[in-house]
Design a protein around this ligand. Structure first.
Ligand SMILES: Cc1ncc(COP(=O)(O)O)c(C=O)c1O
Length: 407
């Protein structure tokens, strides 16, 4: 593996300056930066292979289709899907989960009034609202799987929550606030023993946990490309093929049809049944380049040291409360959300910004979790493989200064 300097040159935004200071980008959980190879592929697809896919017999359309479908094969390999037919391209996790909730809602003989959906208390709004919409439309009941003070899901509550009316359970692989790796396999086993489908939101997990959907035991898995170095507006919904085949389409339009007649229409086989209309032609092929980086990063262990340093350094700051405290560092990805007594999260983020550090502040699209902990918002610093130990140390020093300024 190349040195950190060699890696960093490949991500052009890392050499930006803000307020005359080198940018320290610690907002990777919101969206990652993109490497040159992704930018080049994106540019190539726009500049040289602009053409609609699957539709025309001409040369350029064929080439563009090949690039698009190669990304599907690569995605299947990257997440351990048994077939590329299980890969549906979307605009991101949000669209994947909305599509899934809609389709499950319309699946024949699946949901009855009074059926139940279980959702983790730490979920992102994207894994709450689509299920709330579904519950309202179909008169279902939503139950919450709570987290404890540390942020761990309280699995011992499952026997109380799961009944013979429970149909779906929705859990993040890794929470975007707590950064804890959830015991998805254990939850999957419990769900399957009780006839419940498990939906896993992999928006954060896909970046830091080598993902094998089969080993994980999920029935559906969603993630976004833009958090994993690919172009924005790229995402995936994976589902077991036998299950996908039982779902009705989400949107109607070009390319998702078998035949269209006034008397009634038929639809294309999966996955095309779920990909109506013109797709993200330039963006989706960048996933292939993004996976190359993700594989490369798996052989680059430096981030582990940065994570351990951050865990200790943050907990040594007086008055700082870390949310998502792991029992062992292996249970956490390098994503740190915290509150500081007497310092508002937004003020801290604004001061850090002036020091060149980009972090997230606020509710982080997880308002129920903020309510659970009685906080109006948090600061979140999220690292990835191009971040360095020096950046982590600079962050801690800057945070200490910012806290002093506010107290
Ligand atoms: C856990 C989680 N789920 C869902 C989403 C939504 O992803 P997107 O905005 O890419 O659709 C995010 C984004 O922050 C997330 O962190």
């Amino acid at each position: 593996m190349s040195s950190i300097e060699e890696i960093r040159v490949e991500f052009p935004q890392l050499s930006e300056k803000v307020y005359c200071k080198p940018l320290v980008y610690l907002d990777n959980a919101a969206t990652s930066l993109r490497p040159r190879s992704v930018i080049s592929k994106w540019d190539f697809m726009s500049a040289r292979l602009s053409s609609n896919i699957h539709r025309a017999v001409h040369f350029i359309s064929g080439k563009a289709t090949d690039e698009f479908e190669a990304a599907r094969e690569e995605t299947a390999a990257f997440i351990g899907a048994t077939s590329s037919k299980e890969i549906i391209f979307t605009s991101g996790t949000t669209q994947s989960l909305n599509m899934l909730a809609f389709c499950l809602g319309e699946k024949k003989n699946f949901l009855r009034v009074g059926d139940e959906i279980i959702i983790g208390e730490e979920e992102h709004h994207s894994n709450i609202l689509p299920w709330q919409f579904l519950a309202e439309r179909k008169f279902l009941k939503i139950k919450v799987l709570p987290v404890d003070e540390r942020g761990a899901l309280r699995l011992e509550e499952l026997p109380r929550l799961v009944t013979d009316r429970t149909r779906i359970c929705c859990i993040a692989q890794v929470s975007n606030v707590l950064g804890l790796v959830n015991p998805v396999r254990q939850i999957a086993d419990y769900c399957h023993a009780h006839g419940v489908l498990l939906v896993v939101d992999g928006a954060q997990g896909i970046v830091h946990c080598p993902t094998d959907v089969a080993a994980m035991g999920a029935d559906f898995y969603a993630f976004s490309g833009h958090k994993l170095y690919a172009a924005p507006g790229t995402g995936v919904l994976w589902g077991r093929k036998a299950l996908l085949e039982t779902l009705p389409p989400y949107m109607g339009g070009g390319e998702m049809v078998g035949t269209v007649k006034w008397e009634g229409s038929t639809f294309a086989p999966v996955p095309h049944k779920f990909e109506a209309g013109t797709q993200n032609l330039a963006g989706i092929p960048t996933l292939t380049e993004a996976y190359t980086w993700a594989y490369r990063f798996r052989t680059y262990p430096e981030l582990e040291g940065v994570k351990r340093y951050m865990l200790e350094a943050l907990q040594d700051i007086p008055g700082l409360r870390l949310f998502g405290v792991p029992e062992s560092p292996d249970e956490k990805v390098p994503l740190f959300s915290f509150a500081v007594e007497g310092a508002h999260h937004e003020d801290l983020a604004l001061i850090l910004d002036k020091m060149g550090i980009a972090v997230r502040s606020g509710q982080m699209c997880a308002e129920p979790l903020m309510d659970r902990y009685g906080v109006s918002g948090l600061v979140r610093a999220s690292f990835t493989h191009y971040n360095t130990q020096e950046e982590a140390e600079y962050f801690i020093k800057s945070l200490q200064k910012a806290i002093k300024m506010l107290k």
